[in-house]
Design a protein around this ligand. Sequence first.
Ligand code: 13P
Length: 257
Amino acid sequence: MRLPLVAGNWKMNKRLAEARALARAVAEGVSKLGGARGRVEVVLGPPYLALPAVAEAASGSGLGIAGQDCSHEKDGAFTGEVSAAMLKDAGATHVILGHSERRELLGETDALVAKKAAASLAGGLLPIVCLGEALPIRQAGRTLERVGRQIRRSILDAFPAPPEGLTVAYEPIWAIGTGVTATPVQAQEVHAFIRSRLGEAYGVDWAAKTRILYGGSVKPDNAAELFAQPDIDGGLIGGASLKSEDFLAIVSAALST
Ligand code: 13P
């Protein structure tokens, strides 16, 4: 009942011409997958400045376009910030929020992520809210406690009512960019926990239709076994989204599960 979603987070990669070429290659590749539309949703997440070019290159293809962050403010004196409305103007449909790189390197808190999530949904963007634990937390057996806290503070505090169009991404920090993927069993355990917590808050029907993506060293050779898990509804892909062949192979894996 949940359409799989595969989103590429390009992070701070790809100059303008490269971004345009990658978007074209993915758009062409997805159309060649034949019947992908309606069976999988594909989203590209370029850096801000490449957003309009990527949106243009992908226009008519049905691909979604995601910002990698957005301000919780509407407009005003916030130097360097970009609002949800600006992202929409630039062609974005989605926005990735609370990525661990922003949490860990730039000090983003759960409270700020919650404000951004609320502002982006109110501004007409579909938020993809990232959660995930660092290695010492997992080693201490506190993964579900940490992810539970992130759910409460980054999502439940943002949305008193069930947020239509929210996507959650579970990205264990120790699996990001390391080549060490969570095993399907490890990932499934946390995904099931996230769905059950969201179900308690917003109702089981809402939770049953809400997508929870896995992120962290998803590659063409491990995507299928991850996506085959009952509560894994696709992936948020970093490194492997930078090469069209790899990204398209992951999209194919989502199509066949
Ligand atoms: P990698 O796929 O490079 O591990 O990155 C995952 C990620 O951070 C996606 O947001």
